[in-house]
Design a protein around this ligand. Structure first.
Ligand code: SF4
Length: 502
């Protein structure tokens, strides 16, 4: 389901991994670093969390702890102390596949003929029905409907009964990529190594960082490495950004360093554009640019595409704030706040009916009357899905005395389902499929409405790529992707980057 109260698309998972370096003098508390990383990725999933650690030098079995709820509720200092080891992986989950219950919590740990492995992933396999049938036909049972369990089984089955398995996990991950083109970013723990892999289309994000001993020092030692869905966690874990894991790439991390292998070269890339629009934290870096920077450019482009005479530019706190700043700077109209947010109503607070959802919006926001009274206001938001919150916000602003309320959306209308791991309501529930622009403006009660164009969005995403590249691990994106820029925009255009098999 989407986050109904916020009327947004909902992402589904965050993955994280940490390996301590062998020769460092500064102790690295791996479980603690993973828990901090997962807290930094909490916006990607709040239903459950899990950590698996291993001590490669003792080889006495993996330590596992998983539970329902927020990371801070699942882990405490006593539990983290029990998760000793010099490497580990973690996961925070929002369910798209499988119920929200403990059996589906990740990481998954399974015994294989090569020893125990633990796997955590973000995404959804586009051909999962076919893959499940293949696995079951070959006599392998599946105990959950989770894609993670399916992935672990696929990693231990040769491509077909004639072929033998690849000799190592990098090769087995390559075989996984040959079977399923998207969508997954995953971390796999085995023995003394973590393997980080992105599907051949690079649909979900994944990046690598270097843990620094003397954080902020002039020449800080490397005391380990981390792998994360987003780089926003790097500062809080004392890590420096190295770069994105490339589409189709497998990165092996051990206590001596990092090895990069191009496992599959699809010649295409289809990174989810909604990571830029809404999912990711603004301080994360993708393709060598911050998400904040892209959102600000989207706001500026929106001002060029849909200019308006107004007194104040504002936003619905707080995911669209960078876009509102961009709109303000480009239009020359000052930015100010018109809504105060109650920060203690969480993103997952699901309201059972439309009436309750409308009231929930009023519980969540209060109008800053002095900033609103008599003003012509432009409300910038990042997206509209069902349209069940913006109407309430406009009514609140009018009650607060706004002279005019204009709405500007820093992404194009969402019209199509996603088959790559993002929960989008059915096409008939989507506002953009029910009403045209004029009808939507009337439905919302706005004085005017404008959506950023697909072309405008893509130009904002591509124009700043590569600005923050470090260490030669260039976050290049190939230019022959689904929409010609290496980004998936299927929910906006209906053009899917991969063939869908069901
Ligand atoms: S269809 Fe593509 S752009 Fe839209 S949410 Fe899914 S992966 Fe992201």
């Amino acid at each position: 389901m989407t986050s109904q109260m916020e009327d947004k698309l909902q992402d589904e998972c965050g993955v994280f991994g940490c390996v301590a370096a062998s020769n460092c003098t500064t102790p690295v508390d791996v479980a603690n670093i993973i828990s901090i990383g997962l807290i930094g990725l909490q916006h990607r999933g709040q239903e459950s969390a899990g950590i698996v650690t291993n001590n490669a030098s003792i080889d006495d079995g993996m330590r596992v702890h998983k539970g329902m709820g927020l990371v801070s509720a699942v882990f405490n200092p006593i539990i983290l102390k029990q998760l000793d080891g010099n490497l580990g992986i973690g996961h925070t989950r929002y369910s798209t596949q499988g119920k929200s219950e403990i059996i589906n919590c990740q990481p998954f740990v399974v015994d294989t003929k090569y020893g125990k492995i633990a796997v955590a992933h973000n995404g959804e396999l586009v051909n999962k029905s076919k893959l499940r049938r293949d696995v079951l036909d070959r006599g392998v049972g599946l105990s959950t409907c989770s894609d993670s369990e399916l992935i672990t089984q696929l990693l231990c089955l040769p491509l077909d009964s004639e072929k033998s398995l690849e000799p190592d996990w990098t090769g087995r991950l390559r075989h996984l990529m040959l079977r399923t083109p998207a969508s997954y970013s995953l971390v796999l723990l085995h023995g003394g190594a973590i393997y980080a892999a992105r599907d051949p289309f690079g649909n979900r994000p994944l990046c690598i960082g270097r843990l620094e001993g003397d954080v902020g020092g002039k020449s800080p030692d490397t005391v380990g490495w981390i792998v994360s869905s987003e780089s926003c966690v790097f500062q809080s874990t004392g890590a420096a950004y190295i770069g994105d894991v490339q589409p189709g790439q497998v990165v092996k991390v051990t206590n001596t360093g990092v090895t990069y292998t191009t496992a599959v070269n699809s010649g295409q890339s289809a990174f989810c554009i909604f990571e830029y629009v809404y999912f990711a934290r603004p301080d994360s870096i993708f393709e060598g640019q911050t998400v904040y920077d892209v959102r600000r450019r989207c706001g500026a482009q929106l001002a060029r595409e849909f200019p308006v005479d107004a007194d104040v530019i504002s936003t619905v706190p707080e995911s669209a704030t960078p876009a509102a700043f961009g709109f303000s700077r480009e239009s020359g109209i000052p930015y100010d706040e018109v809504l105060a947010k109650n920060r203690y109503i969480g993103r997952t607070f699901i309201q059972p009916s439309t009436r309750m959802r409308k009231l929930a919006v009023e519980k969540k926001f209060g109008v800053l009357v002095e900033n609103v009274r008599g003003k012509r206001i432009v409300v910038v938001d990042d997206s509209i899905v069902r349209g069940n919150t913006m109407g309430s916000i406009i009514r609140m602003l009018r009650s607060g005395g706004a002279a005019e309320v204009h709405v500007r959306i820093a992404s194009p209308p969402v019209k199509n389902p996603c088959y790559m791991g993002i929960n989008i309501p059915t096409p008939k529930e989507l506002l953009a499929n029910k009403l045209n622009l004029e009808e939507t403006t009337k439905f919302l009660g706005a004085d005017s409405l404008g959506y950023l164009s697909v072309k405008g969005l893509l130009s904002c995403v591509t124009s700043g790529r590569g600005k923050l590249v470090e260490n030669g691990h260039s976050p290049e994106t190939k230019s022959n992707g689904s929409c010609g820029t290496g980004h998936c925009v299927a929910c906006l255009t209906g053009e899917y980057p991969v063939q869908l098999e069901w």
